[in-house]
Ligand binder design. Structure first.
Ligand code: FAD
Length: 370
């Protein structure tokens, strides 16, 4: 049975063995600063590693650079107090615990994150948190969540009303309602997305990240690198699916001596997919390079472009690889159907396609209207 078909309790020990091997080989946490045991790679260099790891659904997890932990490590490194780093970043960087990021709410449009109901009210030395979140990826079995909450509803700027607070998931009042069934599969452990209720959860005020009102500034800081990581991981998936498509095309015989690869339609798909993957990679490396040199703000158009462009290339390549495989393509005997189910979300999370396209167009049009 493949690791992906096992319950998390069975998969985890196998993955732990692989993680130990990666640690011994000195390749652990390639994205993380050297002081925390990582390799300290730039966005551009980690992007190239991310492509290779993306060829396996467990690649990033085994190297301890998986979402959402990688993003949370970045947040803690940049905004965490020394005590928060010792309690949360250190064990996360060592792969001893997992974490999650809890922002989206079922009642509000996630594409407009200023719409949020979850609150944290200060009472003495504690915050009391109440709210309802969903699609908190990998919450099942995680040690803590970074929760986006409203701390000051009266602030004139909606972007300064919210904060990020660390909530250990064993805090009284944290209820994981369910792992949400996505495309027929609720998953468990790392491979799941939870609906969570926070009911009168009390955490010390020292669990606040940065200052009150910094929630969006912090969220913004993790978006750029996160998008590069996702996009390069998707390119890794594309390469694997493309390779499977080509291998199958030459091996599948439609009639004696005549393979699928001789059909022009399949040839068109192979040529188009090759061009799209190459273009996608160059776009991502260009965005990563600009971000490394000029910072996230100056690379925001490039980052939005790759987010929607690569997510669509991924959908297209997976679809063509499945079609080439015929009925086999939709079975779970190959990885294609797993990716098809699990990566449809790529066009939705970290900003749906439409939001990024609109942002790109508005930036471009600025120079035509001023
Ligand atoms: C696999 C997956 C993992 C996720 N993991 C996490 C996580 O770990 N933590 C977390 O907090 N959240 C997570 N999310 C939630 C994700 O961030 C939201 O789904 C996303 O922000 C979109 O919000 P929404 O689903 O509420 O869609 P809505 O905001 O309701 O939008 C619905 C649709 O409307 C369209 N739309 C929206 N805005 C515009 C616009 N301006 N112009 C034109 N069309 C528009 C888009 O087509 C969009 O898909 C995850 C989601 C998925 C699918």
């Amino acid at each position: 049975m493949s690791i992906l078909q096992m319950p998390w309790s069975k998969a985890k020990p196998l993955l732990d063995t692989l993680r130990s091997e990666v640690k011994s080989s000195g390749l652990w946490s390639p994205q993380l600063a050297k002081e925390y045991g990582g390799l300290g790679l730039s966005n551009g260099d980690f992007g190239k590693v991310s492509e290779i790891l993306g060829m396996s659904p467990i690649g990033h997890y085994v190297f301890n650079c998986q979402a959402p932990d990688a993003g949370n490590m970045e947040i803690l490194l940049e905004f965490g107090s020394e005590a928060q780093k010792a309690t949360y970043l250190q064990p996360l960087s060592e792969g001893k615990i997992r974490s999650c990021f809890s922002m989206t709410e079922p009642e509000n449009a996630g594409s407009n994150p200023v719409l949020m109901n979850t609150t944290a009210i200060k009472e003495g030395n504690e915050y009391v948190i109440n709210g309802h979140k969903w699609f908190t990826s990998s919450a099942d079995g995680a040690d803590f969540a970074i929760v986006m909450v409203i701390t000051d509803r009266t602030n004139i700027s909606p972007y300064h009303r919210s904060s990020q607070i660390i909530v250990p998931l064993n805090t009284a009042g944290v209820h994981i309602v369910r792992n949400i069934s996505v495309m027929g599969d609720a998953g468990d452990g790392y491979f799941s997305h939870s609906e969570i209720k926070y009911e009168n959860c009390r955490v010390p005020v020292s669990n606040l990240l940065g200052n009150e009102g910094d929630g969006f500034t912090i969220a913004q800081s993790r978006l750029g690198p996160g998008r590069i990581h996702h996009c390069m991981r998707w390119i890794g998936i594309c390469e694997r699916a493309f390779d499977m498509m080509c291998r199958y095309a030459v091996s599948r015989q439609l009639s004696p001596g005549k393979s699928l690869a001789e059909k022009q339609t399949i040839q068109n798909w192979i040529a188009e997919c090759r061009a799209e993957i190459n273009a996608a990679r160059l776009l991502v490396l260009d965005a990563a390079g600009k971000m490394d040199i000029n910072g996230q703000e100056k690379a925001k158009v490039e980052i939005s472009i790759i987010k929607f462009y690569v997510a669509n290339v991924l959908q297209h390549v997976l679809d063509k690889a499945i079609q080439t495989h015929g009925a086999l393509g939709i079975t779970d005997d190959t990885l294609l159907s797993w990716w098809y189910r699990h990566e449809r979300g790529a066009r939705i999370y970290d900003g749906p396609d439409e939001v990024h396209k609109s942002r790109v167009a508005r930036e471009i049009l600025k120079s035509y209207t001023t």
